[in-house]
Design a protein around this ligand. Structure first.
Ligand code: GLN
Length: 190
């Protein structure tokens, strides 16, 4: 059981907390530098990456968060959270500054406007059972650096990847009952 924070500035943070608690972790909402200092790991939820980016500055969380990530704090970003943790983001706003915690290039709203949101089964590597993938104005992973491992795919394309103790997914595992990605993230803390 770990004390895992969920960045609670905007987006689907309550759902992540609920999954983590179901898995018997202590989940706490993180909105301040003091709250960040009290957690072992951090989940950055889906929502709107441009808004989360701005709120990181107004809540004075950007510098301490960059410090913790550089010091090896495990983090799990879903959808907008993936964009926030990425090395860079295509179609980001000019003032958006991803945290570069994982060597991934994201493309915001990568599926375009026509198919902005959809559900599709995702293949979880090392597991024969597909996982439901809820994609909501999801980003796409358009490039990864060396050492980044594929965790899940959709039609052959990576939709979840990990590097060291950072994991990111383009979809929303917190919106379904399937907690296998959260379990994989928690296993990185052990
Ligand atoms: N399109 C959103 C963004 O750019 C992400 C959507 C989501 O997190 N569901 O941040």
């Amino acid at each position: 059981m770990a004390r895992i924070g969920v960045l609670a500035l905007q987006g689907a943070f309550r759902e992540h907390c609920a999954v983590l608690r179901r898995l018997n972790h202590e989940a706490t909402e993180v909105r301040t530098p003091a709250e960040l200092a009290g957690v072992e790991a951090l989940v950055i939820p889906g929502g709107e990456s441009t808004t989360i980016d701005k709120l990181l500055d107004s809540s004075a969380l950007r510098a301490p968060l960059l410090e913790r990530l550089a010091a090896g704090m495990p983090a799990f970003g879903t959808c907008a959270g993936l964009i926030v943790l990425s090395a860079s983001a295509v179609d980001a706003t000019p003032d958006q500054r991803p945290l570069a915690a994982i060597d991934v290039v994201a493309q915001r709203n990568g599926y375009g406007r026509q198919v902005a949101s959809f559900e599709a089964p995702v293949r979880l590597l090392g597991d024969e059972r597909a996982m439901p993938g809820v994609f909501i104005r999801a980003p796409r992973i358009v490039a990864v650096g060396p050492g980044v491992e594929v965790v899940a795919t959709l039609q052959g394309e990576a939709v979840a990847v990990a590097s060291g103790t950072i994991m990111v997914a383009t979809f929303h595992p917190e919106l379904t009952e399937d907690d296998r990605l959260h379990r994989r993230f928690a296993a990185l803390l052990a």
